[in-house]
Design a protein around this ligand. Structure first.
Ligand code: G4F
Length: 330
């Protein structure tokens, strides 16, 4: 049985990846942070399955700022594959907490690479990096060779980590892969990301629980796909014979306004009546034209995104509305 280790296992991507790896027959280990809250809701359905939890799914207390513990756990688990998904991932917040962002996202990745380099049999390593490394790119769409030019602290931290992965691949011979991930969403997305925020608000407005939706820049455009598709790309990239960098993207740009239109229309609502601009939600700098060319992942790994933008936003909105309906019944 192949053993995998996941940092960020309790997040959106971690939970979908865990489902995929378990379905592929893996034994899955995940690092969880020691906090007073035990919120592992995205894993709850797996956690509650007595045939999986502590049989093929294991959680360990370990964190990126505690390399001693991380080293001990990784030595004991001896994984064949490591998926590094953890980090401070909110771009807007990275302007408020740049040091924490760099500590976890940049230095945390370097610490992990150092630990893996020392293991008797270094595992294959996947690093979830981001389109934010390109910032205001000279090329549209971007490819794996587009120059790195981040415009926010999060993008800078990811740029450092991405380049370190390349250094460890080339200088130390690690099987280390950068997945350059464009925005990927789902009903499990964190509530402070714009797609989830909008879908949640549309459902709450429909149910009469909310009357206004404050937003930042609604003209901002992103390349949005479904997280389930992107974790499949992660897995495929570690199964390939050689390590490399891959863009995972849909190749299509949509605006925040497109998200609003699709989410509100799914519930027969007119978004214009509810949305208001909150200047606090405008960012000091916005990346431009972040849209990816995933040809390399398609031709080398056979990866293709399978969910359209409209289907994604409808799925998210319906999921939010269902949660409210279930809550009102119980
Ligand atoms: O949903 P967002 O916060 O995602 P963002 O900043 O693009 O970052 C996400 O995708 C990156 C690329 O894959 C990841 F690296 C990163 O970790 C994260 O997963 O914002 C999307 C757009 C931005 O232009 C933002 O300014 O929506 C705009 N926006 C407008 N109003 C808002 C809001 N974003 C948020 N979070 N909240 C708003 O009220």
């Amino acid at each position: 049985m192949t053993i995998a280790f996941i940092t960020g296992i309790t997040g959106q991507d971690g939970s979908y990846l865990t489902e995929l790896l378990l379905a592929q027959g893996y034994e899955v280990h995940g690092a969880v942070r020691r906090t007073s809250s035990l919120d592992r809701s995205r894993l709850a359905h797996l956690y509650a399955d007595p045939t999986l939890y502590n049989h093929r799914l294991f959680l360990h207390y370990a964190d990126l700022d505690d390399p001693t513990t991380l080293r001990r756990v990784l030595t004991k688990v001896a994984p064949r594959e490591v998926y590094h998904l953890a980090g401070q991932s909110h771009v807007g917040l990275s302007f408020e907490i740049p040091e924490t962002t760099c500590e976890f996202t940049a230095m945390g990745t370097l610490r992990l690479l150092e630990i893996l380099r020392d293991l008797p049999e270094p595992p294959r390593f996947f690093h979830a990096t981001s389109s934010e490394i390109f910032g205001r790119p000279l090329e549209v769409p971007q490819t794996e060779t587009t120059p790195i030019a981040p415009v926010n602290p999060y993008g800078c931290a990811k740029a450092f980590a991405t380049q370190m992965v390349r250094v460890y691949r080339e200088a130390h011979g690690l099987f280390a892969v950068n997945g350059i991930l464009y925005n990927h969403e789902s009903p499990r997305r964190g509530e402070n990301f714009v797609t989830r925020k909008i879908c949640r608000a549309a459902a709450a407005i429909k149910a009469g629980h909310q009357s206004k939706l404050p937003l930042g820049d609604t003209s901002a455009r992103r390349d949005w796909g479904h997280a389930r598709d992107y974790v499949r790309g992660m897995w495929l990239s570690l199964r390939h014979d050689t390590p490399d960098d891959y863009i995972f993207a849909t190749g299509q740009l949509h605006s925040v306004q497109d998200v609003l239109e699709n989410a509100f229309a799914a519930l027969d609502l007119d978004w214009h009546k509810y949305v208001e601009t909150d200047p606090h939600l405008l960012r000091p700098a916005e990346p431009m034209q972040l849209v990816g060319n995933a040809d390399k992942a398609r031709t080398t790994l056979g990866w293709l995104p399978q969910t359209s933008f409209t289907d994604l936003i409808h799925e998210m909105t319906r999921a939010e509305f269902q949660v409210l309906a279930d809550t009102s019944i119980n």
